[in-house]
Design a protein around this ligand. Sequence first.
Ligand code: GLC
Length: 453
Amino acid sequence: MTDTEAQGTVSIGVNMRSSKRSAVDKSLQEDDFLISEAQRVLSANRQEGISQWEGKQFSFVCPSLSTYPFQWFWDSAFHTIALLHLNQELAKQELRCMLQAARPDGFIPHIVLWQQQHQRAAAAEFKITMAHPYFTATTQPPVIARAIERVFEKTGDLVWLNDVLEPTVRFFDWLHANRDPDGDFLLAIIQPDESGLDVSSKFDGALGIDYRHPNTVYDTWLSAMDRLFTIYRDYRTDVGRLLRLDAFNWEDVLFNSIYADGLQSLARLCRVAQCSEAKAAEFELRSARVTEALLSKCWDQESGAFWDLNGSDERPQQTLTSSCLFPLILKDLDTNIVHKIMNRHLLNESEFWLPFPIPSVAGNEPSFDPGFETKAIFRGPSWVNMNWYLYWGLRQHGYEDIASELAHRTFEMIKRGGMRECFNPYTAEGYGAIDFGWTALVIDLLVAERGSV
Ligand code: GLC
């Protein structure tokens, strides 16, 4: 993004006459620093060109130049929301680019490797299976519906909405048709990385990972993925068969919460776009069914947490991670359940309410790795995308003060740790990829805290 392109739509100054001016000025300067850092990363990580894949043009923000040079599905949805405050055209472009990879049957891949020159290195470095030389055979949480709704709310661009809505509706229908073999409305993922939380310790039991040996965690995960790929090798094109193999058939709370939330966004969007009222009603009903299934199958009243379900016999996986709290993003979640999750877990200072919340694994879980000792992601450090979703969830449920506190601790975390992939929940030290794209969601939190989203 050039300076002219980045016509900032974020308003930076305020009028102030009280003696609090200098404290406020300082905090505004710090906020401006965060905004300019986010803007710098979104701009530096832009990838543009013409792909050898059918001459398609690409222009998108990659998650990190040094670690992740391609286009990732849920990252792009987060980038869109951050870009919206800087340059609306680039926000719209981000999803247009992603959706060029949508398949005729509705599937959308989790990585699109637009730039042929990096593909060989990627195949060696990432534990992925390709469906095509340019995209993977797996997907990621459908954050896209929420991102489209945010763009439309801000721009009112109906032409763009109609363009992006059609493939997104097809994708949600693809998920329903292909990822719910037992018909209980909860979608199943076929690999841990489809959750977006690749090496989360919630998968340890299923993958044979022993957290007590931090040095072996990542290699054991890689071997478990290889085993899975071998089992899947002859069946990749038959998704139904993959789940029937029951090698990894996982009803993931985070994925399903994002799906139920996305269905609500789509229902609202269908009512303003060229889409039928019947389709809107269908999405609304489906969202309610997913929420009911989360309650009837995943909610554990005694523990006050939602557990993922593993295998066709739906064994609850009782590792307390931030995904166990994720139904908080659903606006129709029962108030008693919201209070229970909040008091028992989210605000619990030995679990999730650490100095720099919200850790990806509860502080009192044996597998908790706050200092990134395992060099494996989603095993303890805090992540800005999780904080962002939960921030909006808390606000919806009337916890504005807690949401605000979460936002301010997130600002401080990034000031200390930088634009990193994840952060130590005690010290805010940054870990993983540098100049990481979705950490730019901080802009949306800043703007929300100023009351101007
Ligand atoms: C890691 C994360 C995944 C993310 C990708 C690119 O694989 O687990 O969620 O999409 O990096 O940032």
